[in-house]
Design a protein around this ligand. Structure first.
Ligand code: NDP
Ligand code: HSE
Length: 433
């Protein structure tokens, strides 16, 4: 039975994502109503610049007073697609206090202060859904939170930033350097004018915090995530990766420790074998690889950004929240019962590819190997080649077995002190083997 009284939706933000949400809500109104069991009505749209032309959005719905809109009292669902911390956080909590549920795409806010939002939702008996906050259109939050709720997730490893995947893919396939690939990403509209959040890994770190919290039923904040950007990755690193049968990706990795007593979350560039499913994720696509105890290995793949793909995830949440509302129920809220601590990066155990410039003379290899041994880091392979320029230097590439990150840092620090080590050209983790 279709309810005739519409559910009222307030849209906060009408930019890249919000404008597509408004368009799909209007053009697919009948289908959405049939799926929900009641019509949904766009009751107001809050923006910063009221005079901007917004095709398809009736002018009378536009307001610059977002606070008044969420306080109206007759709003069922607030969609927050403004972004950033404030005023988004205050608007969301005010919406809960005034009886509305919230759908948000705001990874920065959820990663920094998700606990406040979840608490406000629970206190006010409302839903907080945020499928679009991680990997755009890819259904990921709900599969982790609901479909895999009966399983035990041990690892989540993904490419969750499209801009950096585009840049790294260009560097890999065309041999371009970082700056050249970034320029192309900017020209094609993938990278923003200020690409810092993407290339320095902040965007991926926020997503890693959200994924780790859901996967391990604990609270993980942005500050808990170890982060390295990808601006230092060079064409030489790609050449080295190729020699090992690998490529380089910016990965978000969330892991449960082997003893199950803690978790880690990190974002950094890493070499992965070409045979790994994540290696074939090209251009600006995202993909997330999940390892669960009973389910085994699962991969989620698709567009991780863009107005229309992200609006798809937002509207999926709107339908779910509206259905809950008609049933006078709420969906699953935050699950943080394990209260597992987040361990520092030093505790992460993985493999490393270290490229050194060394003096090309007897005994150097033995000296270097001794430093690794003294720090308990076991060497898997060593590759050395002398330079053609005859400067008495050689390039030495060491690939280690699995070792704690702290042990590797100690090793590198000691290597830098050797007279025969002229420089540490690069250190890269090797994942996915
Ligand atoms: P945009 O910058 O394109 O749009 C932001 C919108 O918010 C604009 O309409 C702007 O108004 C409005 N706005 C800004 N400040 C206020 C304010 N104080 N009061 C009312 N309205 C305000 O952002 P996006 O659409 O790209 O991103 C929105 C959210 O979605 C962010 O959290 C982002 O992280 C997330 N997201 C975005 C993706 C993407 O591909 N773009 C992918 C996944 C998630 P005006 O139009 O007048 O300037
Ligand atoms: N800047 C992000 C990306 C948008 O490149 O993936 C989605 O969060």
């Amino acid at each position: 039975m279709m309810r005739t009284r519409p559910l009222k939706v307030a849209l906060l933000g009408c930019g890249v994502v919000g404008s597509e949400v408004a368009r799909i809500m209007t053009t697919h109104a009948d289908d959405l109503a049939a799926r929900i069991g009641a019509p949904v009505e766009l009751a107001g749209v809050a923006v910063r610049r009221p005079d901007k032309v917004r095709g398809g959005v009736p002018a009378e719905l536009i307001t610059t007073d977002a606070t008044a809109l969420v306080k109206r009292g007759d709003i069922d669902v607030v969609i927050e697609v403004i972004g950033g911390i404030e005023p988004a956080r205050s608007l969301i909590t005010t919406a809960f206090e005034h009886g509305a549920s919230v759908v948000s795409a705001n990874k920065a806010l959820l990663a920094q202060d998700g606990a406040t939002l979840h608490s406000a939702a629970i206190e006010n008996g409302q839903d907080l859904y945020y499928e679009a906050a991680v990997a755009g259109a890819i259904p990921l939050i709900r599969p982790l939170r609901e479909s895999l709720a009966g399983d035990k997730i041990n690892r989540v490893m993904g490419i969750v930033n499209g801009t950096t995947n585009f840049i790294l893919d260009k560097m890999d396939t065309s041999g371009a350097g970082y700056s050249e690939a970034l320029d192309e990403a900017t020209a094609l509209g993938y990278a923003e004018a200020d690409p810092t959040a993407d290339v320095e890994g902040f965007d991926a770190a926020a997503k890693a915090a959200i994924l780790a919290g859901i996967a391990f039923h604990t609270r993980v904040r942005l500050d808990d995530v170890y982060r390295e950007g990808m601006t230092e990755v060079t064409a030489a690193d790609f050449a080295s990766a190729k020699q090992m049968g690998c490529t380089i990706k910016l990965l978000a990795i969330c892991e449960r420790a082997a003893d199950g007593e803690s978790v880690t979350a990190r974002v950094h560039p890493a070499m992965i074998p070409l045979s790994h499913p994540l290696a074939s994720v090209r251009e600006a696509y995202n993909a997330v690889f999940v390892e669960a105890e009973a389910a085994g290995r699962l991969m989620f793949y698709g567009p991780g950004a863009g107005g229309s793909p992200t609006a798809s995830a937002v509207l999926g949440d709107v339908v779910a929240v509206c259905r809950n509302r008609l049933n006078e129920a709420t969906g699953p809220g935050e699950s943080a019962y394990t209260q597992l601590p987040v361990s520092p990066m030093g505790d992460v155990v993985t493999r490393y590819h270290i490229s050194l410039d060394v003096a090309d003379k007897p005994g150097v290899l033995a000296q270097v190997a001794t430093v690794f041994a003294e720090h308990g880091v076991s060497i898997d392979t060593v590759r050395q080649h002398g330079r053609q320029d005859g400067d008495g230097e050689a390039s030495l590439v060491v690939v280690t077995h699995r070792a704690p990150d702290a042990a590797l840092s100690g090793t590198v620090e000691a290597l830098r002190k050797l007279d025969t080590v002229r420089g540490v050209a690069s250190i890269m983790r090797v994942e996915g083997e």
